[in-house]
Ligand binder design. Structure first.
Ligand SMILES: [Zn+2]
Length: 386
């Protein structure tokens, strides 16, 4: 299996990147290759995978065979000449940009190219973006920048104008199901997970392999049947917020602890002759800063989970609308057809659209830092009223 089989439902992108790899092998590189790329596409479509595959293709002697040491090391994030930066904060900081510039200036040690992958390049702000400009515009001859972001518009104009842009699309659920089957998921589960994830490959994989993820999704899809009165709406909003907060806390706890231990060790914890009180005094500022960073990461993790919940909820009303309009399309939540039919029969297409708009509005509010529980309470009330 070549590395390119990992990117599903994106034939244009695969073709373009393969050509880039082929042209990069020439001296000087052919026109298909360039030193700065911006890969965009909806979440889960595979932009991170695409960046990784281009990196593997460039490091492999065979254009991305998938089996050599170079390919395997890139894919498991362990290649000396491939740096993968995934921002943990809401914005990419000045220090992080400085670090990236430093890494981009290094000569490759194993092959011909040094690849810097920057995920979520939309989080570059004026300061960190400006710092990277020169390096992205005129990198050292062996350096390749691979930036990724949800959409071109999200990225600073000065940055995106210096990159070759490739847009990924949402893959068809059947392509995602085929990928899951290749990874060993049983056929009907692969189909169910791929349909439910609506083209989000990572989400489909989680639903196919993690029972807890399936259970969470099921809870969310029960919401339309639970909005009987005001107290019920508030209860639903509280439940969703609590579940998201808990899940995010679990997901970040291990990393938080390790970072703290590393920090204290750097200040001398464990060394002979250093008292705990002294370390605490010395490290106070740095610990505070770390805690602030961790809090911002946790906030983001909660928001990501809430957004996913709303996407699932949206899929329910999308199905309701399909039944109301008699559209000849598959239901995303086929297993809930009786409940969907019940909601469809008790409302109208225009009321369903009002509900879907309310969900989209709530998603945008999460983006703008609004307090999650308040947003969800307002949403639950709107859904119940419509
Ligand atoms: Zn290879």
């Amino acid at each position: 299996m070549s590395v390119w089989d990992r990117l599903v439902g994106q034939p244009d992108t695969v073709h373009l990147l393969q050509r880039a790899v082929a042209d990069a092998a020439e001296v000087p590189p052919g026109p298909g290759m360039t030193h700065a790329w911006l890969l965009t596409g909806p979440p889960g479509a595979g932009r991170s995978t695409a960046a990784l595959l281009l990196a593997a293709g460039l490091q492999c002697g065979e254009g991305g065979c998938g089996t050599c040491a170079a390919c395997r090391d890139v894919l498991r994030d362990a290649h000396d000449d491939v740096v993968r930066f995934e921002p943990q904060q809401l914005q990419i900081t000045r220090d992080e940009a400085a670090q990236l510039i430093h890494l981009a200036a290094r000569k490759p040690v194993r092959g011909r190219w040094s690849v810097i992958i920057v995920e979520d390049a939309d989080r570059l702000n004026e300061v960190s973006g400006n710092m990277l400009l020169k390096s992205i515009e005129e990198p050292t001859p062996h350096t390749i920048w691979l930036l990724s972001a949800p959409s071109v518009e999200d990225v600073l104009p000065t940055i995106r104008s210096r990159c070759r842009v490739q847009v990924l699309r949402t893959p068809h659920w059947q392509d995602v199901a085929t990928l899951l089957e290749r990874e060993g998921v049983e056929r009907s589960m692969a189909a169910h997970a791929a349909r439910a994830a609506q083209g989000h490959v990572g989400r489909a994989r989680a639903l196919a392999t993690d029972e807890e993820a399936r259970r969470h999704r099921h809870e969310i899809l029960r919401i339309p049947m639970q909005l009987a009165d005001l107290p019920a709406c508030f209860a639903v909003a509280a439940d969703i917020t609590e579940a998201a907060t808990e899940e995010a806390g679990r997901a970040t706890a291990t990393l938080d602890e390790r970072e703290r231990a590393d920090l204290l060790q750097a200040y001398g914890e464990g060394a002979t002759g250093v008292t705990k009180a002294r370390i605490e005094r010395l490290a106070r500022g740095a610990v505070k800063e770390l805690e602030a960073r961790q809090k911002s990461r946790r906030t983001r993790a909660v928001r990501d989970r809430l957004d996913r919940a709303l996407v699932d909820l949206l899929s329910f009303y999308r199905d309701v609308l399909m039944l109301q309009l008699d559209a000849d399309l598959d239901l995303i939540n086929e297993e809930l057809r009786p409940q969907i039919a019940q909601v469809a029969a008790s409302s109208t297409p225009s009321r369903t659209r009002v509900r879907m708009d309310a969900i989209e509005r709530a998603r945008r509010l999460f983006d703008s830092n609004a307090q999650p529980q308040l947003v969800l309470e307002a949403l639950a009330v709107e859904l119940a009223r419509a």
